[in-house]
Write a protein of this length. Structure first.
Length: 113
């Protein structure tokens, strides 16, 4: 059974940082591209970042230079380091296995003073 469990969300002031984690089980983790998506109220879910099996990354223009995605295959975990957070980054953040229907339950990130 495939499971993705996100953690690390919370309330942070503008300009602050958070680190999200997504622990995967039930898959051969190292063989899968992984993605972070986010969905703000009233908006469609949008791709934030992707990491290849080799560790190459791609980012949405809105987060380039502020967010960094990484993976630890020994821990079956991907991370999203979010710096210089803005109110418009407020959303539920989801972990996703590329090209599958497997999603995590989401973790809320709220950026507000």
């Amino acid at each position: 059974q495939v499971q993705l469990v996100e953690s690390g969300g919370g309330l942070v002031q503008p300009g602050g940082s958070l680190r999200l984690s997504c622990a995967a089980s039930g898959i051969i983790f190292s063989r899968h591209k992984m993605e972070w998506y986010r969905q703000a109220p009233g908006n469609e879910r949008e791709l934030v970042a992707l990491i290849s099996t080799g560790g190459s990354t791609n980012y949405a223009d809105s987060v380039k230079g502020r967010f960094t995605m990484s993976r630890d295959n020994a821990k079956n975990t991907v991370y999203l380091q979010m710096n210089s957070l803005r109110p418009e980054d407020t959303a539920v953040y989801y972990c996703h296995i590329w090209c599958t229907n497997y999603w995590g339950q989401g973790t809320q990130v709220t950026v507000s003073s």
